[in-house]
Every structure is written in C-alpha cells, then in structure tokens.
Design a protein around this ligand. Structure first.
Ligand code: SF4
Length: 470
C-alpha cells in the first residue's frame, strides 16, 4: 500500500451502501480503518460476493498490498509475519512487523544441548515498557549433510516446542527430508540459490512453504526472485548476505538499496522481507566474547537497516537484551506515546504511614519507577498522573504535569483516606512545580525526590526514615 494513499482513494472503490456488514457505520469509516490496517478488506462481504464489484475488489487488493509483502512463517499461535512494511523510515508512518529473531541449532548437536537451546528460545522473555519481549523461532542448520539426521533434529525440535522454523541447507535432498519432518508447519526454506533454485522451487510448491533467496550479488538475487515468482512462488524472503569487518558497509548498502527499491521505486521483484544472518559473523570468528560482540553489533545494524528477520547464534543475555530493546524501540509506533493508566497503585503492602511517590504515565518512566520500588522492597503508594504518555521533564515543560492535575488526582484516587500523613515525593525533574503543587493540594508537603528513581532507597534513608525515627 502506498504511503500516499488516502481514505478517499479507497472509498471510491467500495460499494458505498453503508450497509454496516463490515462492522463500521459507513464505507468511509471502513476506508479509514483499512488505511490504518485496523480492519481487513475481506470483511466487506458485498465486495467479494457480488460480481458487479469484481473489478473494484481486484483494484483494492492491489492498492492495499504493502510494497514489502508480508510473509508468514510457522503455524498456530507462535507463527510470525515478516515484512509487510510500507515506508522506508519509521517516522513517515510506522513499522508494522518487528524484526523476528531466530536462534540457530544444528543437526550435530547432542540431545541435551539441543533441548536446552530450544527450551531457552521458547521460554525466554524480558519485560520492558509493559511488553514481554520474546525470541521468535529456531533456525536448523544441516552440518552433517545427512538427510536422516537433519529430519531427526527437526522432529526433536518440534516435539519440544511449536516454534516457527527456518530449515537451512542448500541441498534439496536434505531440505526434502526436513520438510517431511516439518510437514504442515510451514517452515521457511533457506535457501534458493543460483545453483539449486529449480529443485527448491519444486519443494516450495509441493510443501506450500515460503522460500528465502540467497545471493550476495543483487542482480542475481533479483533474477532468482523473479524466476521464482514466475514459477508461482510469491512468498519470498531475500538474503543479500551478512558480512562484518571491511565488508559491513557493502552489507548495509545492499539492505538499503533493496528496501528503497521496493518502497520508493516500487520494484515489485524485490518487494519482500529482508533477512540477515549475524550467526555467520559469530561462527566465522573465535566463537568467544569477541565473536558474540561482533554478532551483536551486526545484528543491531541490520535491525536498524530494515532486516525483517535475523538468524543469531549467541544467546548471551547482554547480547539478546541489546537486540530486543533496540527492536522494541524501532518498532514502537511513533504516533502513539506508550502510556499506562493513570491512578494510584500499591507497591508491596503499603499502610497509612507509607511514602507516596508521584510519576507520569509515560510507560518507560512508570515501569522504571515501579521496578525500582519493587526491587528495593519499598512498601509505598505510586500516584501516576496522566501526562498523555509524556515523560517527567517534557511533561513539566509542556504543562501536562502540573499542580492542578496532581491535586485532582489526589482527590480522585481517595489518597487522603489511605494515608495519615500529607507528604508527596515528586521526581527531581519536576522540582519546579513543587511550590505551586503545595498551594494547589492544600496541606500536602512536597518533597523533591531524586532525578533517578534508582536513588530512591538512599533518598528515603535520608529524608523519610530519618524523620520517622526522629
Ligand atoms: S460492508 Fe462494505 S459496503 Fe457495507 S458499509 Fe462496510 S464497506 Fe460499506
């Protein structure tokens, strides 16, 4: 779908009967939701059922197709969509499908290591800004060159977890064995190359699976992609090669050229998700900390440069944290400030003498303060002001965090019935509203806390407990 598409462009091809079958009051409302990807064209059943709309339906399907095709890998709850993007840069609209991270295993791993690695991927989660960040799947490499071994490894993985898979071998015989073992699971076939594309294409058709195309030469990559599309395979993922060291510039250049060609030049032959394999950087290095470090750097750069999916080897927590937090930052909708509900919450088991802290409803600030209080085991009250999802310093400057809002919230939450004292600890970055907040709240003493909530325990020792024991 072009980023320049407007609701009216869509509306003119809809039936315009306002029949409400799609769940919207009007065809225009439906058009607006289609633009925002909040509904599906198929919900307009008259368009699909009545032959007089056939041409309009076909036009709309083409108009609404993103320039980077979405491709589904896996089945069921844990399946993932890669690609589906409409813009080159996030600030032009938003990105829709975050970079999916697959961890590699191979068919010479012993059962214990394989089990540990697969379970790790399946269970790994990090909670950040209100979201559980997760890994997405397993990439299985054939290193034995034995079809039976490869198939057995695939079977073993699927018994452990129903995760999306990438089957990695250039040998069609081995790939076929893997596809038999993963029948009905819709793995990504990795990869069709200049030498094996005919056999791989047959397998993709037979097993109805998406295919990754690999070539470090963009002309060849494009030509294989066109050939596969002509053969009727339209769910492709492109891998232009992942290199580090002096070749990192060329690697990033290739990713940029492909994405810009797909979106800005409308080159349909390369309008597919891009994948990177930082695992090669690790496996070609000393396989120690330096390799993990280099793999993390190249993985981060590829998340920045449009990779829709990555295959990664090292599972050091610091490395995964870097990739997942970067991914979360880039794939958060820039049009929406991540916010939590305003109000009053308990941390631990607060009582009438417990301290009361104030923060804003910007999700990152809120969860940071909440986590710091919980980790320090401080029984307390946390008063969260609705600042439209804006952080403390900006909300003070913009007026969203103001004395009136704090006074209103104290009343609305019934805080005065929950504590005996009248002391409110505000963030250090909100110091400039302390005086007016004391005036507005009528009787509340405002204590200016630290700028960083990790310093709250020290602050309490000096300013709260000392006073209580005085
Ligand atoms: S179902 Fe189609 S015709 Fe009916 S209101 Fe929705 S968009 Fe309009």
């Amino acid at each position: 779908m072009s980023k320049r598409l407007k609701p009216l462009d869509i509306f003119k091809y809809l039936p315009k009967t306002n029949c409400k079958i799609c769940g919207e009051e009007t065809c225009m409302a439906f058009a607006m939701k289609l633009i925002e990807r909040e509904t599906e064209l198929a919900l307009c059943t008259p368009l699909f059922d009545e032959s007089k709309y056939q041409e309009n339906k076909d036009t709309l399907i083409v108009m609404l197709r993103p320039p980077v095709q979405p491709v589904k890998i896996g089945t069921g709850e844990k399946s993932v969509i890669v690609g589906g993007e409409e813009v080159v840069y996030r600030h032009e609209l938003t990105f829709y499908n975050e970079t999916r991270i697959f961890i590699d295993v191979h068919d010479e791993m012993d059962s214990k290591e394989l089990t540990e690695r697969v379970n790790f991927v399946d269970e790994y989660t990090v909670f950040r800004i209100g979201v559980h960040l997760k890994l997405n799947g397993i990439a299985v490499r054939s290193v034995s060159n034995d079809p039976a071994k490869f198939a057995k490894t695939v079977e073993e993985i699927l018994k452990l977890a129903d995760l999306p898979l990438v089957l990695c071998t250039f040998d069609p015989k081995i790939m076929k064995a893997g596809l038999d073992a993963a029948k009905g699971k819709r793995p990504l076939i990795y990869a069709a190359t200049v030498t094996n594309w005919e056999d791989i294409a047959k397998l993709a058709m037979e097993y109805n699976c998406p295919v990754a195309v690999f070539s470090t030469d963009l002309t060849t990559l494009n030509s294989i992609a066109i050939t596969l599309q002509k053969a009727g395979i339209d769910e492709l993922v492109l891998d232009p090669g992942t290199y580090f060291g002096e070749n990192i510039g060329a690697t990033l250049n290739n990713y940029t050229l492909l994405r810009v060609a797909a979106i800005e030049a409308g080159a349909e032959s390369v309008g597919f998700p891009l994948m990177g394999v930082p695992a090669t950087v690790y496996l070609e290095g000393d396989k120690g900390t330096e390799s993990a470090w280099n793999e993390t750097i190249v993985g981060s750069m590829l998340i920045d440069r449009f990779a829709s999916m990555l295959i990664v080897h090292n599972v050091e927590l610091w490395s995964l944290l870097a990739l997942l937090t970067l991914r979360q930052t880039i794939y958060t909708d820039p049009r929406i400030h991540p916010a939590v509900d305003a109000g009053l919450i308990k941390i631990g088991n607060p009582g009438v003498d417990s301290p009361v802290f104030l923060t804003t409803n910007f999700a990152l600030t809120f969860y940071t303060v909440k986590t710091d209080l919980e980790q320090a085991a401080i029984d307390s009250w946390l008063l969260t002001v609705d600042t439209e999802g804006i952080g403390v310093e900006s909300a003070v400057a913009g007026g969203q965090l103001n004395a009136g809002a704090v006074a209103d919230l104290i009343k609305e939450t019934g805080l005065e019935e929950k504590v005996k004292h009248r002391k409110l600890i505000i963030p250090g970055m909100a110091a400039r509203i302390s005086g007016e907040t004391e005036d507005s709240t009528g009787g509340w003493q405002i204590l200016v806390g630290p700028r960083d909530s990790s310093a709250i325990p020290k602050f309490l020792k000096q300013n709260w407990e000392a006073e209580a024991t005085a």
